[in-house]
Design a protein around this ligand. Structure first.
Ligand SMILES: *Cc1c(COP(=O)(O)O)cnc(C)c1O
Length: 434
């Protein structure tokens, strides 16, 4: 790759003339932390290099998909071979069946899946299916959970308890979100109250089981148990949005983590994305056969996609799932991720900075707070100016964490012990300056 003659700064100026904010997804613009976004030129293993040839240890991994690190040779080979056979056909292929079979083996709560191209599309279509299958309109979502940017899911809590939400985005008419009930995460009382009021009209409850879109907040086991019981009691579907956690926190996804504590635990529907595409545009939603039969062409719930089940994306996803299914893969990844979090925690403690972190599989989060938050309101009490100094201090030392305090981080199988040690050493310096 020839080095760019541009700097991050000149690229950002150029980008802003032709792309709103200079980026194709808002968090990339560094608005929360300030400064100039790094324009990536190439990536390999756990690293990427910016336009100025500067190397960074990458802890966002494309926001989750790059669980094997960048440019894994087996995945690269599968993608190259698939590309030679054709980019897209608009007709079915054997590889789509293979990928569907592979996903169902890993997440057996589903009997069938439909492949789509983004997590947004999967969540939007999953909600439509839940509504079509139950014949009901209302849904519950939780403050701080993100399910892509479909209109009905762009909702924040209104004032007061258990209210219908307000749109979080201009361009979403209030009528479109009037069936969406927004509750506080991990709040069992509020959950029970919402079911008592709306239970018989609820199509589904959609939840990030480990919420990575408010950094890293676990649904408590008693809370999850109550979600399951109430959905069963009222005939609403329990929908796990595992776009981020799927094949990332464990091979069997977050639902397998809850099943350790709650034997036999299963959601009714699962939304997948990110890791199952290995870095290509690919996502999926699935459920039991009785629910999936409502989907076109079998049933009346319409859903379609020109690029759905794309042959290059499915090759990338299949090769990725194959690699992460190897014995010991998640044990190693989990150990390395825990080592990162405990290293950061130790460095903060030595510097007297309030800090706490958590991790599951290859996903982690940390807060400049004395203890782990349980909901969005508590996450937002994190010290934002201090986080920004931490972010930039690390970035200056070649460590790329998520550029916002409400985002999770990701370790890949390509991160070495040396990478972790380098990160912790940088953090030790930076914490002393906070
Ligand atoms: C990333 C994400 C989405 C949206 O997926 P896109 O592919 O960005 O559309 C939905 N839900 C969760 C939990 C996510 O993390």
């Amino acid at each position: 790759m020839t080095p760019s003659t541009e700097t991050n700064e000149t690229l950002f100026a150029r980008a802003q003339r032709v792309i709103p904010g200079g980026v194709n997804s808002p968090v990339r613009a560094f608005r929360a932390v300030g400064g100039t976004p790094r324009f990536v030129q190439r990536a390999q293993g756990p690293y990427f290099w910016d336009a100025e040839g500067r190397r960074y240890i990458d802890y966002i991994g494309s926001w989750g998909p790059m669980i094997l690190g960048h440019g894994h040779p087996v995945v690269l080979q599968a993608v190259q071979a698939a590309a030679l056979d054709g980019f897209s056909f608009g007709a079915p292929t054997e590889r789509e069946i293979e990928l569907a079979e592979a996903i169902l083996r890993l997440v057996p709560s589903m009997d069938m899946v439909r492949l789509v191209s983004s997590g947004t599309e999967a969540a939007m279509s999953g909600i439509r299916l839940a509504r079509g299958a139950t014949g009901r309109h209302k849904l519950i979502k939780f403050e701080g959970c993100y399910h892509g940017h479909a209109d009905a899911l762009l909702v924040k809590a209104g004032s007061g308890l258990a209210t219908f939400g307000n749109p979080t985005s201009a361009g979403v008419p209030p009528e479109v979100v009037k069936h969406t009930v927004v509750l506080e995460y991990n709040n069992i009382d509020m959950l029970e109250q919402a079911f008592a009021t709306h239970g018989n009209e609820l199509a589904c409850l959609v939840i990030e089981p480990i919420a990575g879109n408010m950094n890293f907040v676990r649904a408590s086991v008693p809370f999850m148990q109550r979600c399951r019981e109430l959905c069963t009691q009222y005939g609403a579907l329990l929908v796990f949005d595992e776009v981020m956690t799927g094949c990332r926190v464990a091979l069997g996804s977050a639902q397998s983590v809850y099943a350790r504590e709650l034997p036999g635990f299963e959601p009714d529907m699962t939304i997948m994305g990110k890791v199952i595409g290995g870095g290509m545009p690919l996502a999926a939603f699935g459920a039991k056969r009785a629910v999936m039969q409502h989907l076109a062409p079998l049933g009346p719930v319409y859903q379609a996609g020109t690029l759905s089940g794309n042959p290059v994306a499915t090759a990338c996803g299949l090769a990725t799932l194959n690699e992460i299914s190897k014995p010991g893969f998640f044990d190693d990844l989990s150990a390395r991720t825990r080592r990162l979090v405990s290293g950061l925690t130790g460095a903060a403690k030595a510097a007297g900075v309030p800090f706490c972190g958590d991790a599951e599989g290859g996903m982690f989060g940390f807060f400049l707070l004395p203890e782990l938050p349980q909901n969005y309101g508590q996450v937002m009490q994190s010290d934002s100016p201090r986080f920004n100094r931490l972010f930039h201090g690390m970035l200056d030392r070649g460590i790329y964490f998520a550029p916002a305090l409400y985002e999770a981080g990701f370790v890949s199988a390509a991160h070495t012990d040396d990478d972790i040690a380098e990160t912790v050493a940088a953090a030790s310096e930076v914490f002393k300056t906070l």
